[in-house]
Design a protein around this ligand. Structure first.
Ligand SMILES: [Zn+2]
Length: 161
């Protein structure tokens, strides 16, 4: 692992420990050349399903894309980066558990929204407004009204797919 300070390629591991319930290994390393100490994380690559977009094209699962969408929705909300990352990972685990080789982006979106709704309603509405591409303000307002009424319209959609 290349030292972030001097660029030397040799470092030794001082200690390793599992984090996030063993889903990641955190290693403290020390550069052989300059003794700078840094941390690396090791995570197993999951075989996520391909995501089928509205237009029928497929793209690989993209955690960064999910994170960036969630971050935008959560802007200026009292939600930590950790919570956003956790939400993205939870959705990844959900989607993986469905056991499909491919999954429609709609289902990914529904899962994201369901979890976001539990976390923060404002962020949820923001995300939903982008995700569902509301055509006009009436549609957006009716979504807000539904939220106020507490209607649970996000059910287990994958069962109908
Ligand atoms: Zn170094």
């Amino acid at each position: 692992m290349k030292c972030p300070v001097c660029g030397d390629l040799n470092s030794r591991v001082i200690n390793s420990r599992g984090v996030k319930d063993g889903a990641e290994i955190r290693r403290r390393r020390s550069c052989d050349a300059c003794s700078y100490r840094f941390t690396t994380y090791e995570r197993a690559e999951r075989a996520y399903p391909a995501v089928i977009k509205k237009d029928g094209r497929r793209e690989p699962w993209n955690r960064d894309k999910i994170l960036s969408g969630l971050s935008k929705a959560c802007e200026k909300r009292p939600i930590s980066i950790d919570e956003i990352e956790q939400l993205a990972d939870t959705v990844g685990i959900d989607i993986n558990a469905l056991g499909h080789a491919e999954i429609s982006s709609r289902i990914v979106g529904e899962h994201l929204m369901a979890h976001l709704r539990d976390l923060d309603e404002i962020a949820y509405v923001r995300f939903a407004s982008v995700y569902r591409s509301f055509k006009d303000i009436d549609e957006f307002m009716s979504e807000l009204t539904d939220l106020v009424k507490g209607r649970q319209e996000i059910d287990t959609q994958e069962e109908h797919d």
